[in-house]
Design a binder for this molecule. Structure first.
Ligand SMILES: Cc1cn([C@H]2C[C@H](O)[C@@H](COP(=O)(O)OP(=O)(O)OP(=O)(O)O)O2)c(=O)[nH]c1=O
Length: 190
């Protein structure tokens, strides 16, 4: 049994998909980027901090997994939508362009911490204002990095992806399985 340091229902579902029994203990941390931090440094710091904060509350033998997913456009982190207008601008920026979805996964067991970063390229189709309005109204993108969810209605916005699909949803599964295995945790347990 591992602990998943995440409030994300997507991550719980993805971990269940590969048969890793887990309990959930969300990490409440400050997710504000610091000055001059590049996107890769940011996701690594977020994932590591989430894992370490939760591990510090547990015994030293429990393995903790955490992740952070960010959407990067032209080198800038888009974050989650702050309000409907911000959300609309975000989708207008993504329209017709290729973004990078960057996730860091961190696995902590006692004093050992391993981190991996995974990148997926996602290309959006051209989105007209009517389509953006309809997507905003459905609400599915409100709590998600980049303001959309590829696993739901947001799939209609995506023309193509290059790289790991599960990484876009929030947890790159091939890399997660390998990292957990290195910590003695098996996948496909159920
Ligand atoms: C781009 C994209 C993001 N997302 C989600 C995955 C993450 O849940 C979220 C990115 O925010 P995160 O800060 O990585 O995660 P979170 O706040 O949801 O949960 P926690 O920090 O407790 O682990 O966006 C999708 O579900 N589908 C997508 O297509």
């Amino acid at each position: 049994m591992i602990v998943l340091a995440s409030a994300s229902p997507r991550r719980q579902e993805l971990l269940r998909q590969i048969g890793v029994p887990h309990q959930v203990a969300p990490a409440d941390i400050d997710e504000t980027p610091v000055a001059n931090e590049n996107p890769s440094e940011y996701v690594v710091r977020m994932a590591e901090t989430k894992a370490r904060v939760v591990a510090a509350q547990l015994d030293a033998v429990t393995t903790v997994l955490a992740a952070d997913t960010s959407v990067i456009l032209d080198g800038c982190i888009l974050g989650k939508p702050e309000n409907p207008e911000h959300h609309r601008v975000m989708l207008q920026q993504l329209s017709g362009n290729t973004q990078q979805v960057l996730s860091a996964i961190a696995v902590v067991s006692g004093s050992r911490c391993d981190i991996q970063v995974v990148m997926t390229h996602v290309t959006f189709r051209q989105l007209d204002d009517g389509l953006i309005s309809r997507y905003l109204a459905c609400g599915e993108g409100d709590d998600k990095a980049g303001g959309y969810g590829i696993q739901g209605k947001g799939a209609v916005l995506v023309a193509s992806i290059h790289g790991s699909y599960s990484n876009v949803v929030g947890l790159p599964l091939a890399e997660t399985a390998l990292l957990l295995e290195q910590h003695g945790i098996s996948y496909w347990q159920s």
